[in-house]
Design a protein around this ligand. Sequence first.
Ligand code: ADP
Length: 245
Amino acid sequence: AMERSARAKRMESLGQLAGGVAHDFNNLLAIILNYADFLTDEVTPEGSRDLARIRDAADRARELTGQLLLFAKREPTQVETVDLNEVVDCSGELLRRSIGANIQLVCRRRPEPLPVRANRGHLDQILLNLIVNARDAMPDGGVVVMETDQPPGGNARLTVSDTGCGMTAEVRDRLFEPFFTTKPADRGTGLGLATVYGIVTDAGGQISVDSSPGIGTTFQILLPLAAEPADQVPDADHSPAPGNG
Ligand code: ADP
């Protein structure tokens, strides 16, 4: 427990720092993109190729600052009661687009509802981060299984497993650290799993990983079950944010 709280504190201060930088950077990037837009009609063909490169780089930078902002939890979020089964959806357009055609996505959902208290967007993000990592671990294709169930102990469980490259014990020890990545700089930010970790622990849950090099990796997330099914719970325990609903 000691180690965990030290880790949580370190992540929090890193998050604050990263969030402050990301926020200012986002504004600057918006200016860069705006002026690149203004120039589009005024430049020569060669110039417009260069301009496209500027735009691409600025777009990538915006994705990165977006991740940083999420990691730093700078955006206000609303907690609601969500059925975990609804998050796990193989027909989900975003998941489909995020994964290559050489990867088979298998989805096993629980028939009864699994209500948890969390932000819906955050839960989607968790799943997306895990799926993107699974994809990156399987450059030659493979299978990703996402599964929900209810183990004993009052939790809902989300399991995501892949048949990818797996990881060494060294990587496994560090994978929830912010900015820890084994990917090339233009691919990995090292924020994906740190963000997942933050969201899960904020929601009172736990995350664990089981991985064997050359065989694959399984992530398990436990989230406390809420008392009532998702669609029967009026949000009476907090005032809704204005314009959010
Ligand atoms: P990023 O994906 O940007 O590198 P993450 O925090 O999501 O950042 O992941 C950190 C590291 O953990 C990855 O660089 C990779 O080495 C390892 N990792 C994460 N998920 C998997 C997986 N499913 N299979 C193998 N390695 C993984």
